[in-house]
Design a binder for this molecule. Structure first.
Ligand code: PLP
Length: 390
């Protein structure tokens, strides 16, 4: 076979999928495994959303649609942005997408040239660094520090800015640390981006998974009309990971260009799935309250339990559904401990390094699992760590 395009040798896979595969092999061989590696809510898609999707199929909403999305869906997104971000984007600032992730790819490929610099959090969602490498951009990871509760510090961003900085990626609430940036930090990033005239992609896929605080978006400072883009979707807020539904809101000329890229690739988002999206955005929200109550309790049980384990300390995350314990006191690397816990204790979690080198010394536990399983897991983790030879 001839060689592939250069970028194909630079693109990377995701650590979560590797651990899941390994855990499944152990399960198939008869081992019992408690799963903390998967980043998706363990709740079903709300009934009214499922019904709208099914009705959409029954009523033959199964054809191509306009690329940006059907008007009712785009208008529902406009209303959602108005309610949650405090500004009303024009309809031509909005683009419907099959999932949140395509919004990362499309934005990066549309704004960044080889050699341009891309700033993103480290530890952070692996796609940012992987796609930056794929494009041939210069990756500028910003370390998230424990003493700053893992929030991305605008001062650190400012230090790394150069005339070649093309894109800053923010993710708040954050995967994997659960950190949430403050309004004044976001305002500071907006100022930096304005000064250097660069784009800001704000990955807000966890915007509704927040504990006892308000949500702020960096995009409210320029109303996503100059340089910033909102990426949000339904995977986490409505337990719709498999449906593939999300959206981008950004400057109209950029959204128009990204739409042209969509025309040339996947054409549009499935219409019956957009119908489900309308129900999600305009229907009842009690499912969210139920899910958040469950996440709040699990977060406390897991984080308090982890803090009882010698060599482990864990901050209480402010958002998302991940615990990010510091495991340096165990004497093992992240990779070693994750491997040990899987094989010794039947606990599947992710090594912090699955999120970049800044994740060394940490593990990620997704608490999208039942209270009973969390309660069962804590003594197993404790026992395994206490059994480590010092
Ligand atoms: N962004 C972040 C930070 C995520 O954690 C995820 C999923 O885990 C995504 C984007 C992708 O979302 P989607 O499944 O809607 O593509």
């Amino acid at each position: 076979m001839k060689s592939l395009a250069d970028g194909m040798y630079r693109i990377l896979s995701e650590g979560a999928l590797t651990v899941l595969r390994e855990a499944k092999i152990l399960e198939n061989s008869g081992r019992s495994i408690i799963h903390f590696e998967i980043g998706q809510p363990d709740f079903p898609t709300p009934e009214h959303v499922k019904k709208a999707g099914i009705q959409g199929i029954t009523e033959n909403y199964t054809r191509y649609t306009v690329t940006e999305g059907i008007p009712e869906f785009v208008q529902a997104i406009q209303q959602e942005i108005q309610t949650t971000r405090g500004f009303t984007p024009d309809l031509d600032q909005i683009l419907s997408l099959p999932g949140g992730k395509p919004g990362i790819y499309l934005t990066m490929i549309s704004t960044v040239n080889p050699g341009d610099e891309v700033i993103f959090p480290n530890p952070g969602f692996p796609t940012y660094g992987s796609l930056s490498q794929y494009i041939g951009a210069k990756s500028i990871p910003i370390r998230l520090k424990e003493e700053n509760q893992f929030r991305m510090d605008p001062v650190d961003i400012a230090e790394k800015m150069t005339p070649r900085t093309k894109l800053i990626i923010l993710n708040s609430p954050q995967n994997p640390t659960g950190s949430v940036m403050t309004k004044s930090e976001l305002e500071h990033v907006a100022e930096i981006a304005r000064e250097y005239d660069c784009f800001v992609l704000s990955d807000e896929i966890y915007s509704k998974i927040l504990y006892d605080r308000d949500f702020y978006s960096v995009t409210s400072f320029d109303e996503a009309s100059e340089r910033s883009l909102v990426l949000d979707g339904f995977s986490k807020s409505h337990s719709m990971t498999g449906w593939r539904l999300g959206y981008l809101v950004g400057p109209a000329p950029l959204i128009q260009k990204i739409s042209t890229l969509v025309v040339n690739t996947f054409t549009c988002t499935s219409e019956f799935i957009q119908k489900a999206g309308i129900a999600a955005l305009t229907g009842p929200t009690d499912h969210l309250e139920i899910m958040m109550n469950a996440f709040r309790t699990r977060r406390e049980i897991l984080v308090n339990g982890l803090n009882e384990i010698p060599g482990v300390t864990c901050q209480m995350p402010a958002g998302a559904f991940y615990a990010w314990p510091n495991i340096t006191g165990t004497g093992l690397s992240s990779q070693e401990l994750a491997h040990y816990l899987l094989h010794e204790a039947g606990i599947a979690c992710l090594p912090g390094t699955a999120f970049g080198l800044g994740g060394e010394g940490y593990l990620r536990f997704s608490y999208a699992t039942s209270i009973d399983l969390i309660a069962e897991a804590i003594p197993l983790i404790k026992h395994a760590i206490e059994g480590l030879e010092k």
